[in-house]
Ligand binder design. Structure first.
Ligand code: HEC
Length: 105
C-alpha cells in the first residue's frame, strides 16, 4: 500500500511539468494529455529520454490502445504503466492514442 502511494506520487511529480508546459491557448486537450507521456516516452513519442523506455513513434492508435488496455487489466506486466493508465478515462486514452499515432511518426 505504501509502495503504491509512493509510486503514484512520483508519477504525479513527473507529469506536472508536462501539463504546465502545454496548458496554453491553442493547444488541444488531446495534445495536452499526450504531453503527459512525453517525460518518459519523448516529445510526440519520439526520442525517448531514457533508453529503458520504449518510443511510441510509428505505432498505430489501435496498437497503443491495446497496450494500454493490457496494462490496465494486468494482461501485460509493467513497472509503471499499469498505474499511469489508471489515471485516464477511456475517452482520454482514445484521444491520446489518436494524437500520438497522428503526431508521433
Ligand atoms: C513515468 C514514466 C512513464 C510515463 C509518464 C508514461 N510511460 Fe508508457 N511506459 C513507461 C515504461 C517504463 C514502459 C515499459 C513498461 C513498464 O515497465 O511499465 C512503458 C510502456 C508503454 C507502452 C508500451 C510500449 C512498447 O513498445 O511496448 C505504451 C503503449 C505506453 N507506455 C504508452 C504511454 C502513454 C500513452 C503514456 C501517457 C498517457 C505513457 N505511456 C506515460 C513509462 C512511462
Amino acid at each position: 500500500m505504501i509502495n503504491t502511494c509512493i509510486r503514484i506520487a512520483a508519477c504525479g511529480i513527473l507529469l506536472l511539468p508536462a501539463f504546465a508546459a502545454n496548458g496554453g491557448d491553442g493547444v488541444s486537450v488531446a495534445q495536452s494529455l499526450a504531453a503527459t507521456c512525453a517525460n518518459c516516452h519523448g516529445t510526440n513519442g519520439r526520442l525517448p529520454a531514457q533508453e529503458a523506455v520504449p518510443a511510441l513513434a510509428g505505432r498505430s492508435a489501435d496498437w497503443i490502445r491495446q497496450q494500454l488496455a493490457a496494462f490496465r487489466n494486468y494482461a501485460r506486466s509493467s513497472t509503471v504503466m499499469q498505474q499511469i493508465v489508471r489515471g485516464y478515462s477511456e475517452e482520454e486514452i482514445d484521444m491520446i492514442a489518436d494524437w500520438l499515432a497522428r503526431n508521433g511518426d
